[in-house]
Design a protein around this ligand. Sequence first.
Ligand code: IDP
Ligand code: MG
Length: 160
Amino acid sequence: IVQGTEIEVNEVEQSYIMIKPDGVQRGLVGEIISRFEKKGFVLKGLKLFQCPKDLAQEHYKDLKEKPFFPKLIDYITSGPVVCMAWEGDGVVASARKLIGATNPLQAEPGTIRGDLAVQTGRNVVHGSDSPDNGKREIALWFKEGELCQWESVQTPWLIE
Ligand code: IDP
Ligand code: MG
């Protein structure tokens, strides 16, 4: 809670979660969304989207020197992705746990990648790695007006 002199803004943490083109093609959209819903996070933004090359490059700019970067950009732009903004206390770290290790062969059973994928280059889902990157990525992938401000009726049953 940020307390100003006149206003009190409650800024809840948000994570940018994206189902990659393999997750869409393999019919895993419902399954993956369901895991975040059931955990108790709140969906604030959702769209199916064909990612242009420049946006993929900007999103993954920290990896641009990696040898796999061109293939990563081809992969992310190879078909529609599902862009999501999920909100809740600790959502960034918790979503990374739900998603599992980058290499699905090392991801624990019970995680999305551990249950549903076999290769790093086809690991079905993205999740922000810090609250600051959560903000940055949501601003990058969503336009003004695409996020909904709403309160879930479940919140009092999830948070005491
Ligand atoms: P993360 O998605 O678990 O945060 P990062 O290291 O940030 O993992 O890498 C971003 C994405 O780049 C990975 O999810 C994966 O799609 C791809 N990637 C990372 N390392 C490799 C690799 O060695 N080969 C192919 N693709 C990779
Ligand atoms: Mg990452």
